[in-house]
Design a binder for this molecule. Structure first.
Ligand SMILES: [Zn+2]
Length: 182
């Protein structure tokens, strides 16, 4: 039998298989409801990125290497409607260039907790991974900011910052640009 096409088809096949397997603790109704959740979430990401739902589902299904029940959940595909600021990677890059120029090491990010403004250059010059500048407060690395802030977007509280959605429709929570308009 041919493999179902990645996207709606492969998701539906996986859901049916779980239902037919009869090993899930969830009832068929609950599993179908969970599938609807995936479709709704894919639509939300599609709207945020200006593509159609199938494009998102296809990518998610291609990247999914384990059970759909575990793959599709708030922790992996967070509800974007809870965040005022969601942007595609491409738009984010354009915004950064417009605000600070082509050299991304000079792009300025603001810690959502203590308000410290930091650049990737600050991190690079201290021998740290420059990309930490938009996910960790400098205080975590002894590079400035409020001493006991230590804010990170990788923490349990997923607040304060913005989601950037990459080309795989994968969201990353990062700090806002320090000089973001509006
Ligand atoms: Zn901070």
């Amino acid at each position: 039998m041919a493999e179902p096409k990645k996207g709606y088809e492969s998701l539906k096949a996986a859901v049916e298989k779980t239902i037919e397997g009869g090993k899930s603790f969830d009832s068929p109704e609950q599993l179908r409801k969970q599938m609807q959740w995936v479709l709704d979430r894919a639509q939300q990401y599609a709207d945020a990125c200006g593509v159609d739902r199938e494009a998102v589902l296809e990518q998610w299904e291609k990247d999914r290497t384990y059970s759909w029940v575990n793959y599709y959940q708030d922790a992996n595909q967070p509800d974007l409607s809870k965040y005022g600021s969601v942007v595609t990677l491409q738009k984010w890059m354009e915004e950064g260039k417009r605000l600070y120029g082509k050299d991304w090491l000079d792009w300025k990010f603001k810690c959502p907790a203590c308000g410290h403004v930091q650049t990737m250059r600050d991190f690079k010059e201290a021998g740290k991974d420059p990309q930490l500048a938009y996910v960790n407060c400098a205080s975590r690395h002894g590079l400035g900011g409020k001493k006991d802030c230590k804010w990170t977007t990788g923490g349990f509280l997923r607040i304060g910052g913005r989601y950037v959605i990459d080309s795989k429709y994968c969201p990353r929570l990062i700090f806002e640009f320090a000089d973001k308009e509006g």
